[in-house]
Ligand binder design. Structure first.
Ligand code: HGY
Ligand code: MN
Ligand code: MN
Length: 434
C-alpha cells in the first residue's frame, strides 16, 4: 500500500505517509497569527491580557474564536453556562467524541498563552483534518471552557465542572469585586443561570480528552525538550480566611496587649502557610494571593483581614496535612494575639493522574515526530482534571520561557507552538480512531 493509500475500508490509516504529510498540514503561520490576534484582546499596558469570564473582552475573544472554529469545519454552539462547543461528525456518529479543549479566559494581567495556546492548537488540528479531508471514526469536539481561571469570582474550572455535572448552585451567588454575582453576569451574557445544570453532558457521549497547555514551569526548558506528557495534575484547595481583631486608633493605642491587630496576625499566617508547604512535601505549595485589610486607613489598626489561601499537591494526603497544619497555625496565632477567625472553602479539586490510553497516544505521537517522551506532573490546575470524571484524559505540555506564567512575561516560541499542535494532531489521529 503506497503512501496516502487507502485502507481496505477506504479510510486513511493513522500514520500513513499521507497522514504524516498532513501532520505538516498544521499551519504554523495560522497558529502564530491567531495566537497573536487573540493576545491583543484584553491586552494590558504591560503586554499581558486581562480577559475575565462574561466580560466585553471575553465576548470579543469568543466571537473571534467562534469564527475560527467555523472556518475549521466545526458546527459551533454555546451551552447553558457559555462553554463554546464546536463539533464535526466522524465516520461512526454513534461513538463517543474525541474532545480537544482549553480556555480563553485569563487571570488579571496574565499571559497570552495560558489556555489560548490549547484552544488555538485544538482549532488548528480540526482545521488540518478538515482541509485534508481526514475523517476520524469519532465525532470531534473542540471545547472552549468558560471561566477556567476563576479570576473574577475566586473559584475556577467553572465550565468543565458544569459540563461534568459537578457544579453547585452556590457558586452562582458569589460576587466579584464590584459586587456583581455570577448569576447576574450570566443573565447579562444572555444565559439563564437557573439552567446551569443543563450543561451537564451524558458521560457516554464523551470519549478521550486531550489538552495542550503551556507548562507554566521551567522543567522542559531546563531539559531542553519542547513538549512533555502530563502524568499527574495537582489539586487546588482554595480557601478564604478572615481574621478578626479590633479596629483602633493607630496613634493612641500603645503596642502590646491592648492592640488586636488583625493584619499583624494575618502576616504571621502568610509566613505559616509558606512554612507548612515547605515542610509537607516537595510538590506541596501554598500561596496567599489576595489580602484585604479593613477599614484600610493609615491611622487605624486593622480590625478585619481577608486572605486567600491556595494550597496544592499532586498527593491528596500531603495536601490534607498541609491544610491541617495551616489551620492549626491560624488557631495558635489568633489565640496568642487575642484574635478570632473563620475559614471558608471556595473550591476543593482533587489531584488526578492522567489516563494510560491517552498518555500512550501522546507518547506514540511524540515518537512519530522524533521527539523524546517526557512524563511530568502539572502543578497548575486544568479543566482536564475535572474531565477525568467522565473521560480518559491526557495533556501535552509545551515549553515556555523561564517557566513564567500568569504574567505578561509568559512566552512560547513559534517553533514550540508548532510542535505542540503537531503532537496533538498525531495523538488525535490515534485517539479519534478506534
Ligand atoms: O490556578 C491554576 O492552576 C490555573 O491556572 N487555573
Ligand atoms: Mn492559568
Ligand atoms: Mn490554564
Amino acid at each position: 500500500m503506497g503512501p496516502g493509500g487507502l485502507a481496505p475500508n477506504g479510510r486513511q490509516r493513522p500514520n500513513e505517509a499521507r497522514d504524516q504529510e498532513l501532520g505538516m498540514a498544521i499551519n504554523k503561520e495560522r497558529l502564530v497569527s491567531r495566537l497573536d490576534s487573540l493576545g491583543r484582546i484584553g491586552a494590558t499596558a504591560e503586554g499581558g491580557v486581562t480577559r475575565l469570564a462574561y466580560t466585553p473582552e471575553y465576548r470579543q475573544a469568543e466571537e473571534m474564536v467562534r469564527r475560527w472554529m467555523t472556518e475549521a469545519g466545526l458546527e459551533v454552539r454555546t451551552d447553558p453556562v457559555g462553554n463554546l462547543i464546536g463539533r464535526r461528525e466522524g465516520d461512526r456518529r454513534e461513538q463517543a467524541c474525541l474532545t480537544l479543549a482549553s480556555h480563553i479566559d485569563s487571570v488579571l494581567n496574565g499571559g497570552r498563552y495560558d489556555g489560548a495556546l490549547g484552544v488555538i492548537s485544538a482549532i488548528e488540528v480540526a482545521h488540518a483534518l478538515s482541509e485534508g479531508g481526514v475523517l476520524l471514526d469519532r465525532p470531534l469536539e473542540v471545547v472552549v471552557f468558560m471561566d477556567e481561571e476563576g479570576a473574577r469570582w475566586g473559584d475556577g474550572l467553572f465550565g468543565s465542572e458544569a459540563m461534568t455535572g459537578q457544579l453547585s448552585a452556590e457558586v452562582l451567588e458569589r460576587t466579584d469585586r464590584n459586587g456583581v454575582s455570577r448569576a447576574e453576569a450570566m443573565e447579562d451574557w444572555g444565559l439563564d443561570p437557573a439552567r446551569f445544570d443543563e450543561a451537564a453532558r451524558d458521560p457516554s457521549e464523551i470519549g478521550p480528552y486531550l489538552e495542550v497547555h503551556i507548562e507554566q514551569g521551567a522543567v522542559l526548558e531546563s531539559e531542553d525538550i519542547p513538549v512533555g506528557v502530563v502524568d499527574a495534575i495537582a489539586g487546588p484547595l482554595f480557601l478564604e480566611a478572615r481574621i478578626y481583631g479590633r479596629a483602633d486608633h493607630a496613634g493612641a493605642t500603645p503596642m502590646g496587649e491592648l492592640r488586636q491587630d488583625a493584619l499583624a496576625g494575618a502576616a504571621e499566617v502568610v509566613l505559616a502557610a509558606e512554612a507548612a508547604a515547605q515542610a509537607t512535601s516537595p510538590s506541596c505549595v501554598a500561596t496567599v494571593g489576595r489580602i484585604e485589610a479593613l477599614p484600610g486607613a493609615t491611622n487605624v489598626i486593622p480590625g478585619e483581614v481577608m486572605l486567600s489561601l491556595d494550597i496544592r499537591d499532586v498527593d491528596l494526603g500531603a495536601r490534607d496535612r498541609a491544610e491541617a497544619t495551616i489551620h492549626g497555625a491560624i488557631e495558635a496565632i489568633c489565640e496568642k494575639r487575642n484574635l478570632t477567625f473563620r475559614v471558608d472553602e471556595l473550591q476543593r479539586t482533587e489531584p488526578v493522574t492522567t489516563s494510560p490510553a491517552v498518555v500512550e497516544a501522546i507518547a506514540a505521537a511524540c515518537e512519530s515526530l522524533g521527539l523524546p517522551v517526557f512524563p511530568m506532573p502539572s502543578g497548575a490546575a486544568h479543566d482536564a482534571q475535572v474531565m477525568t470524571a467522565v473521560a480518559d484524559v491526557g495533556m501535552i505540555f509545551v515549553r515556555c520561557r523561564a517557566g513564567i506564567s500568569h504574567s505578561p512575561e509568559e512566552y512560547v516560541t513559534p517553533d514550540d507552538v508548532f510542535v505542540g499542535a503537531r503532537v496533538m494532531y498525531e495523538a488525535a489521529l490515534r485517539l479519534g480512531r478506534d
